[in-house]
Design a protein around this ligand. Structure first.
Ligand code: SAM
Length: 343
């Protein structure tokens, strides 16, 4: 992770002022301050003139950003308006992602987490939970499923990038057929088709997801290569007839024995030499921070495990489940590819 490593006390001071910190970040982004600070070291007086704000107030906002570990200040001189600041790399982009349109954090905020708020001890003792009508796992009914799949699709960008980077290597056989297991509303599948003209992808998901994938098919110029197979992977074998099966952000939702069972089912469904692809946010401090919302909210939803695991965890499960030649392809999220061996 970039930025400052805080003591527990310092971190709590910041967290206790979290809503103000977000106000500072939003304002800095909207004013163009973050753009200016990414270009070069800039002095407070110059920034004040450029942004049409008062330097005597601006340095306090910059101090707020510095206390958050987001800007670095040059040693203070007698005249503080000459103090020069610079953003830590990636600050502007991160701020735009978190407070701008398409923010995953704002999307997550619409889930009913307030049903747990203030009563975590009761939650931990099993007395308070998220009721299934508010959020069930798997999502129940057309409205819940549509809302959830929309949330998932909103966070697909790093996954699309990884798959796109490796498209030639992954789909080097003409007419390859992929089953995207737990494939949401088909958004990832549609992206894969756009970058691989010979590929065909079927989404495997709960039957209620069919209209969602149908809409994605209609919206995609490659929809004629996008199919849907409805089913419940907990209760049925996975369908055969595919060269590869992908699990994107699926295995981490389940207890490890269930993930192992799904890998065994994948082994059963694939032909000899068939490939399995696993892509999810493998556990790092940065990704655990992004996972905070789900770690909190899902304390009230026992059916969903949603735990991030290291890559090695899946390599081990894959080997136990009859897969070999494990390769980890790099990208904004890594992609694990393995090949079916005889058990
Ligand atoms: C966390 S979402 C990931 C969606 C998509 N792969 C993505 O990354 O955007 C998990 C997916 O698994 C599907 N799913 C959950 N339980 C399932 C089951 N028993 N059988 C088939 N699909 C299931 C959900 O409907 C959802 O599409």
């Amino acid at each position: 992770m970039t930025g400052t490593a805080y003591s527990p006390r310092a971190l709590m001071s910041l967290l206790a002022n979290g809503s103000k910190a977000m106000d500072v970040i939003r304002t800095a982004l909207d004013l163009g301050l973050l753009d200016a600070l990414e270009e070069a070291d800039v002095g407070v007086a110059e920034l004040g003139a450029r942004l049409d704000v008062l330097p005597g107030r601006l340095f306090k906002l910059l101090d707020c950003l510095e206390s958050l570990g987001m800007v670095r200040a040059e040693a203070v001189v007698d005249d503080y308006t000459l103090t020069r600041y610079r953003a830590v790399p990636g600050l502007r982009r991160a701020a735009a992602e978190v407070v701008g349109p398409g923010s995953l954090e704002l999307d997550r905020d619409r889930y009913p987490w307030r049903m747990l708020y203030g009563d975590l001890a009761g939650v931990l003792r099993g007395m308070t939970s998220i009721p299934p009508h508010a959020f069930a796992w798997p999502p129940q009914g057309a409205v819940q499923l549509a809302g959830f799949e929309q949330s998932m699709a909103a966070g697909l960008t790093p996954f699309v990038q990884t798959f796109r980077t490796h498209a030639k290597l992954l789909w080097n056989t003409p007419g390859s057929r992929l089953l995207d297991v737990g494939g949401g509303d088909g958004t990832l599948a549609a992206h894969l088709l756009a970058h691989s003209p010979d590929l065909r992808v079927d989404v495997y998901n709960l039957p209620e997801a069919e209209p969602l994938v149908g809409r994605t098919r209609l919206d995609s110029p490659h929809g004629h290569r996008l199919g849907f197979v409805g089913g419940d992977f907990l209760g049925e074998p996975l369908p055969a007839g595919y060269d590869a099966l992908s699990f994107v952000r699926v295995l981490h939702d389940w207890p490890i024995p269930t993930a192992r069972m799904l890998l065994r089912k994948a082994h059963g469904a694939l032909p000899p030499g068939g490939r399995i692809l696993i892509c999810e946010e493998f556990r790092t401090p940065e990704r655990l921070a992004a996972q905070f919302f789900w770690s909190y909210f899902l304390m009230g939803v026992d059916a969903c495990v949603s735990r991030l695991y290291e890559i090695e965890h899946y390599v081990r499960l894959l080997r136990e489940s009859g897969f070999g030649d494990v390769v980890v392809l790099p990208g904004p999220v890594e992609l694990i590819v393995a090949t079916k061996k005889d058990l």
